[in-house]
Write a protein that binds this ligand. Structure first.
Ligand code: CMC
Length: 424
C-alpha cells in the first residue's frame, strides 16, 4: 500500500470516497475499489480493460515495451537457456530448480503421464470429425472424475501431485485425441524421450521406439515454453474464476480449455492457417488487407493485434526466429502458404492502418506457421497451445487457492425492466 489515496467525488454528494492505492513491484499501481459498494456504486469495466482481478507474483507484462517476464526472467532468455519443464517448475514454485529439484520434477511428471483407461475409452467414443479442442476439454474434465476423491486442495502435496498429473497427461491426451481422430492406434509414452520429443512420437510415431528429429523436438519444446503462461488472459481468468468456487482443479482447467478455443484467443493459430488458405495466393493479399481495414466487414487479419501488446509481442519475436530456423532446416522456405504469410506480414507491418492501431503479428501468427511446417494438422494447433498453457493455468489456480480467497462474483449495470406484474 502507498500513502497516496485516490478520492472519488460524485456529482451532488458532499463527501468523497477515499480509495487505497496498492503499489505494484513494476507496472501500474492499482486503486482498491472494494469499499465502493458500501457507497452504493459498482465499477463498470466491460472487457476488463482497466481491472486488476487479483494480486499475482507469477508473470509480468509491459505491453507498451513488449516485455514478458516469468518470475522476473525475460521470455527470450528462458526460450534460449531454459526448457519447457524447467519453466513449468519456475512458474509453479517461483524459482528455477537446482539439478536435483529438476530431476525430481521431470521424473514425477513422467511417472504421472499414463492416462486412465476410462479416459482413453472416452476419447475413443467421440466421432472422428469432432474438433480436437472439444475432445480435450471433455478428456481433462474426465480427469476430475478419475482423481476427485484424491485431491484435497488445501494440501500442498496433493496440489503438487495434481500438477504432475496435469503436465504429464496433457501431451498424452493431446496425442490420443489426434490418433483417434486419424483412426490410428495410440502410441505409448516412451520414458527415455524428453517431454516434447515424447509428445511428437506419441502423435506422429507408429511405435514407442521411433526416432524423433532433435530439431523438431527442440522447436516443439520452445512452442510449449512460449505458451506456458501469459498472466490474467481470458482463459487464465476463467480458470481462476471457476476455481474460486472450490471446484476440482481439472474441472477448472477444462473451463480454461473451452475459453482458449475461441478465435480471439488461442484459436487464432488455427484461424491464421485457415485465413492463409482462404487468401490462396500472394496476388490476393491486398484484397484481404483492404477487407481487414473496412469497418463494415467483420474480417480481421488473424494473428495480428493484442489486447496488451501495443509495441510487439515478445513471444512472436522468439517464435519468428524459431520459424525461420525450422523452415530452413526442413527446406520449406518456398512453401506457397508460407510465402503468403511472409508477404502478408511485410505488407501489414508497412500499412498505416496497422501501424496507427499498433497491430503487430502476435505469437499465434508465427506459431501457426511453425506448426504447419512441422506437419501438425491445423485443427491440432490450439490443442498444442492448451498443452503448453496448462501449467500457467495451474500455477494461477495454485497461487489463488494456497492463500485465503473469495469466490469471484462480478456485479452488473442492470438496464432491463424494473419490477412489473405478471399479466392477470
Ligand atoms: N485486423 C484488423 N483490425 C484489427 C485487428 C485485426 N486483427 N485487431 C484489432 N483491429 C482493430 C479493431 O477493428 C479496432 O479498430 P477501431 O478502433 O477502429 O474500432 C482496433 O483495432 C482495436 O481492436 P479491439 O478489438 O478493440 O482490441 P482488443 O484489445 O479488444 O482485441 C484482439 C484484441 C487480439 C482480440 C484483436 O486484435 C483480434 O481480434 N486479433 C485477431 C485475433 C488474434 O490474432 N488473436 C490472438 C491474440 S494473441 C494469443 C492469445 O494471447 O490468445
Amino acid at each position: 500500500m502507498t500513502d497516496k489515496k485516490a478520492r472519488l467525488t460524485v456529482d451532488g454528494q458532499d463527501t468523497s470516497v477515499e480509495l487505497p492505492i496498492y503499489e505494484s513491484a513494476v507496472g501500474p499501481n492499482v486503486i482498491d475499489v472494494t469499499s465502493l459498494t458500501k457507497n452504493g456504486f459498482f465499477t463498470y469495466d466491460p472487457g476488463f480493460m482497466s481491472t486488476a482481478s487479483c494480486e499475482s507474483q507469477i508473470t509480468f507484462i509491459d505491453g507498451g515495451k513488449g516485455v514478458l517476464l516469468h518470475r522476473g526472467y525475460p521470455i527470450d532468455q528462458l526460450a534460449e537457456h531454459s526448457d519447457y519443464l524447467e519453466t513449468c517448475y519456475l512458474l509453479l514454485k517461483g524459482e528455477l530448480p537446482n539439478q536435483e529439484q529438476k530431476q525430481h520434477f521431470v521424473q514425477a511428471v513422467k511417472d504421472s503421464s499414463e492416462v486412465a483407461s476410462s479416459v482413453a475409452n472416452l476419447i475413443q467414443s467421440f466421432p472422428k470429425e469432432a474438433h480436437p479442442m472439444a475432445v480435450m476439454c471433455s478428456a481433462v474434465a474426465a480427469l476430475a472424475a478419475v482423481y476427485n476423491d484424491e485431491i484435497d486442495i488445501t494440501k500442498e502435496a496433493d496440489r503438487d501431485q495434481t500438477a504432475y498429473r496435469l503436465i504429464g497427461q496433457m501431451p498424452t491426451l493431446a496425442a490420443m485425441t489426434y490418433k483417434h481422430l486419424k483412426g490410428e492406434d495410440f502410441v505409448a509414452s516412451n520414458p527415455a524421450l524428453d517431454y516434447a520429443a515424447n509428445y511428437l512420437n506419441m502423435t506422429f510415431g507408429k511405435s514407442t521406439d521411433d526416432k524423433v528429429s532433435p530439431v523438431l523436438a527442440k522447436a516443439m519444446d520452445r512452442i510449449f515454453l512460449l505458451h506456458a503462461d501469459h498472466e490474467q488472459n481470458a482463459s487464465t481468468s476463467t480458470v481462476r474464476l471457476s476455481g474460486s468456487s472450490g471446484t476440482n482443479p481439472f474441472a477448472a482447467i477444462a473451463a480454461g480449455i473451452s475459453t482458449l478455443w475461441g478465435p480471439a484467443h488461442g484459436g487464432a493459430n488455427e484461424a491464421v492457417l485457415n485465413m492463409l488458405e482462404e487468401i490462396g495466393s500472394v496476388d490476393n493479399i491486398d484484397t484481404y488487407v483492404a477487407k481487414a481495414k473496412d469497418k463494415a466487414d467483420p474480417f480481421r487479419l488473424m494473428g495480428f493485434g493484442h489486447r496488451v501488446y501495443k509495441n510487439f509481442d515478445p513471444r512472436a519475436k522468439v517464435m519468428k526466429q524459431a520459424a525461420d530456423e525450422v523452415l530452413s532446416e526442413l527446406g520449406l522456405e518456398n512453401d506457397p502458404l508460407l510465402a503468403i504469410a511472409k508477404k502478408l506480414e511485410k505488407i501489414a507491418l508497412e500499412d498505416e492502418y496497422f501501424i496507427q492501431k499498433k497491430l503487430y503479428p502476435n505469437v499465434d501468427f508465427y506459431s501457426g506457421i511453425i506448426m504447419k511446417a512441422l506437419g501438425i494438422p491445423t485443427e491440432m494447433f490450439t490443442v498444442i497451445f492448451a498443452t503448453g498453457r496448462a501449467v500457467g493455468w495451474y500455477a494461477h489456480w495454485d497461487e489463488m487457492v494456497s492463500k485465503p480467497y473469495k469466490i469471484g462474483r462480478p456485479r452488473q449495470l442492470y438496464t432491463g425492466y424494473t419490477q412489473r406484474d405478471y399479466p392477470a
